[in-house]
Design a protein around this ligand. Structure first.
Ligand code: BGC
Length: 822
């Protein structure tokens, strides 16, 4: 990893001396959506970026390993593991010839309804910063850059492109900027992405306070600030206030307008030199001036990447409740009812720019079949259609030929519209949710292409099937049997994807017979005039006939135990739209009650990326939060439910009883101004201060074992610069498991309003039964600091403090008091 060294800086200076103003400015905007321009005269190649953070999102919808989403990675509380995930994603990025991964997303989960909460880490800046530091370090250890995003206070999708996040400087610094600073200082992400929103009235991408004063000034950041896609709004303001790179390209506000602004004196040469220097530093860091040595390390969808995704998913799942040790599934159980659509078609990730084309999806049902073995009878019933919108077409009902030995359809790509002429590329395709495709046959000058998918569709139920096609141009045809279901004449509706991309949506319905094999053909043509390179969109969704609720209840009744899957659906948690509600959709709450009434031995498994209300939580013996676990989630469930691995995930976010309990309730969403009226009292900081009961507290998560914390010792160093905390952790249960000890600081010294306790350190430790580990933590001066608005500075109050050690924010087992002198 090339860092900032005198050699690098001298090399950059030499290059800058040879560059014209136009060349320097050309580096400051994309060539297209995903690349920077090359400067061939100087041997500077083009740099390529692509989205994360859930895996590498190929801009051509090619497969990559899907890892658990951000909130799930945070729920592992395991930095070593997250660094391994980062390194694996980097190797996948290299295989896709990507130099900078647009990840991680670290914004604080302020409101439980935030549309992108799944993608980000936590309500707590310390946990989020530790996880992000590990992720960034992991990615960059392989020579791929990261983009810490979205800087800053980008906490809701409502008024996504125009809203202002308004708050006091103390709140901004202690909560929202506190996520970024440690990552910048310790892991130095090679880029930082400026957010769409304003902060205190000024767009983040031209916000002098955020970019110049804090990021580049106070924190000494030497990397590149890139605008979120389309977030650069001005020329001189953005360039003068710290924006280094306008994306996507070609330039709208930089480019010729910026050259002009330099010529007429609105932007100085020195400012442009600084931006260009940072971009050259990035290009060198990515190895592009040195033959791109990282290119040898590419690795895609390998066994070790899948194993890493499985381990991460397993360590992320949170056992919220387990009365009577219902889980793992007992060896005495003979008949298990698996109920709920997510067991068959799980939500593995959220929607939007982070959406990876999976290499495979191991469903919970497949994982459970493996976990339970052939001695146990497994009955599966979908029970209820919980999807708010139709999910992606079920690839298991598709086959390229009538044998159904393979899933998917044959895709034939043509270099011209109209699906005629020679086939330019052929493959078997099964994932029909595409954000950018056709790149294999498009050329630099001709973006037109067409594709025809053919094969067979075999429904499993009698009844009406609803098909929805949404796509970025007009020319689409779907035929099933001999009928053209969607064609030129089918009325289309316009919709906006992620609040920015216009799509056409067409619907059709067909009555079908279970077990019959229908030929299916889909054609899509992309004329060059309307093509966007690598951002053309194509989705086919399908809603099957409603399942039988009565059959599900009967299955529950007849089984020894029930594994009941509930969730938010495969399309409901997405960039571009906040969640409508914290309640489960489609009457799932009533359904849970019905199933539990039929069989009290029911474990509920929750497939969401954010907290949901669980009004039935008191009535069910076991609850497992499985998050959006990536492509290997089913295998992770196999590990946990068979008892091979003990759950060890912990909540990175509080689960309140009711949406109305959360501290942003009186303020969210705001309109053009989102007033952060709860101030620093976000998440558990508020619930603890208000003494409010919650459903499951921050940091909570059970294992299959039991742990004790003992012998807490605190020693303050003579200089009062740091405080050492040590304790014993003992596994007092019967199985090997990992517990995460959490240290919360109580500040009794400061007179200003303070949260009762704040997380300052944590450690996940795996122990065998009867084993004890002595854990030592060091709290440093910054851990005691708060932002004094009168002084305009971070201060440490002299006086009394207490440190609490626990296994959740509300299960504190030991405490010790100490004093800090100034
Ligand atoms: C998202 C970013 C993403 C970018 C490029 C934006 O709409 O907010 O997270 O990196 O698009 O896809």
């Amino acid at each position: 990893m090339a860092t900032r060294t005198p050699d690098t800086e001298a090399r950059i200076s030499a290059l800058l001396e040879r560059m014209t103003l136009e060349e320097k400015v050309s580096l400051m905007a994309g060539r297209d959506f995903w690349t920077l321009p090359a400067i061939e005269r100087l041997g500077i190649p083009s740099l390529r970026v692509s989205d994360g953070p859930t895996g590498l999102r190929s801009v051509n919808s090619e497969a990559a390993t899907v890892f658990p989403v951000g909130v799930a990675l945070a729920a592992t509380w395991n930095e070593t593991l997250v660094a391994e995930v980062g390194a694996a994603i980097a190797r996948e990025a290299i295989a896709h010839e990507v130099d900078v991964l647009l990840a991680p997303a670290v914004n604080i989960q302020r409101t439980p309804l935030g549309g992108r909460n799944f993608e980000t880490y936590s309500e707590d800046p310390r946990l989020a910063a530790e996880i992000a530091t590990a992720y960034v370090a992991g990615v960059q250890s392989e020579g791929v850059g990261t983009s810490l995003k979205h800087y800053a206070a980008n906490n809701q999708e409502h008024e996504r492109m125009t809203g202002s996040s308004d708050m006091s400087e103390r709140t901004l610094r202690e909560i929202y900027l506190a996520v970024y600073e440690p990552v910048i200082r310790r892991a130095n992400p090679w880029t930082v992405m400026g957010a769409y929103n304003k902060v205190n009235g000024v767009f983040a991408c031209e916000n002098e306070f955020l970019l110049e004063q804090v990021l580049k000034g106070e924190w000494g950041y030497d990397g590149v600030v890139v605008s979120d896609w389309g977030a650069t709004k001005t020329t001189a303001e953005a360039a003068n206030h710290g924006m280094d790179l306008e994306m996507p390209g070609p330039a709208r506000h930089f480019g010729a307008k910026l050259v002009e602004a330099v010529r007429n004196g609105d932007v100085s040469q020195a400012v442009v030199d600084d931006h260009a220097r940072r971009l050259l530093r990035l290009i060198i860091r990515c190895g592009l001036l040195d033959g791109n040595p990282k290119s040898a390390r590419g690795e895609l969808c390998s066994a070790r990447h899948r194993a890493c995704a499985r381990d991460a998913a397993g360590q992320s799942m949170v056992l919220l409740k387990n009365e009577g040790g219902l889980l793992p599934v007992s060896k005495n159980v003979r008949r298990v009812a698996v109920i709920g659509q997510p067991a068959y078609m799980p939500a593995i990730q959220g929607g939007g720019s982070s959406q990876v084309s999976p290499d495979r999806i191991v469903s919970p049902l497949e994982g459970l079949k493996a976990a339970l073995g052939s001695d146990v009878e497994l009955i599966f019933e979908r029970g209820l259609d919980h999807e708010p919108a139709p999910p992606q077409i079920d690839w298991r009902l598709l086959s390229p030929d009538e044998t159904f030995t393979q899933h998917g359809l044959t895709a034939r790509y043509y270099a011209k519209p109209g699906c005629a002429g020679p086939v330019a590329h052929e493959e078997i395709d099964w994932h029909f949710s595409k954000l950018g495709f056709g790149g294999k046959v498009q050329t630099e000058d001709d973006l037109s292409f067409s594709v025809e998918w053919t094969g067979y569709f075999r429904p499993e139920q009698d009844g009406d099937y609803d098909f929805v096609i949404s796509h970025s141009n007009e020319d689409v045809e779907l035929s099933i049997g001999n009928e053209i279901l969607v064609g030129q004449g089918t009325p289309s509706e316009r919709e906006l994807l992620f609040m920015i991309l216009p799509l056409n949506r067409r619907e059709a319905r067909m009555r079908m017979q279970a077990g019959r094999t229908y030929p299916i053909r889909i054609r899509y043509s992309q004329p060059t005039e309307r093509a966007i390179r690598a951002f053309n969109i194509f989705n086919i969704s399908m809603r099957p006939p409603a399942p039988s609720r009565a059959a599900a209840i009967a299955a529950a009744r007849a089984a020894d135990m029930v594994l009941l899957f509930v969730g938010s659906g495969t399309t409901d948690e997405t960039e571009g739209r906040d969640r409508r509600s914290m309640k489960l959709s489609a009457g799932q709450d009533d359904f849970v009650r019905e199933v539990v009434a039929a069989n009290p031995g029911t474990a509920v498994i929750v497939n969401t990326g954010a907290p949901v209300e669980m009004p039935w939580a008191g009535d069910v013996p076991a609850i497992l939060q499985m998050w959006l676990p990536g492509g290997e989630g089913g295998s992770a469930l196999e590990d946990l439910l068979s008892g091979k691995v003990s759950p060890s995930g912990k909540l990175p976010v509080t689960f309140p009883h009711h949406y109305e309990d959360n501290p942003t309730y009186p303020f969210y969403p705001g309109h053009k101004s989102a007033e952060y009226g709860e101030g620093i009292f976000v998440g558990y900081r508020y619930y603890d201060k208000a003494g409010r009961d919650v459903l499951f507290p921050f940091g909570h998560g059970l294992t299959y074992s039991r742990f004790e914390i003992s012998d807490l010792q605190v020693s303050v160093s003579p200089s009062a610069q740091d405080v050492e905390v040590s304790l014993n952790l003992t596994n007092t249960g019967a199985v090997e498991a990992a517990e995460t000890v959490q240290l919360y600081l109580e500040d009794r010294a400061t007179r200003e309003a303070m949260p009762p306790r704040q997380l300052k350190a944590f450690r996940k430790t795996s122990l065998k039964p009867g084993e004890t580990a002595r854990l030592t933590f060091v709290l440093v001066r910054e851990d005691f600091a708060w932002f004094d608005m009168h002084a305009g500075a971070w201060v440490v109050s002299p006086g009394k403090y207490a440190v609490h050690a626990g296994v959740s924010s509300r299960d504190l087992r030991q405490a010790a008091e100490f004093e800090l002198h100034s």
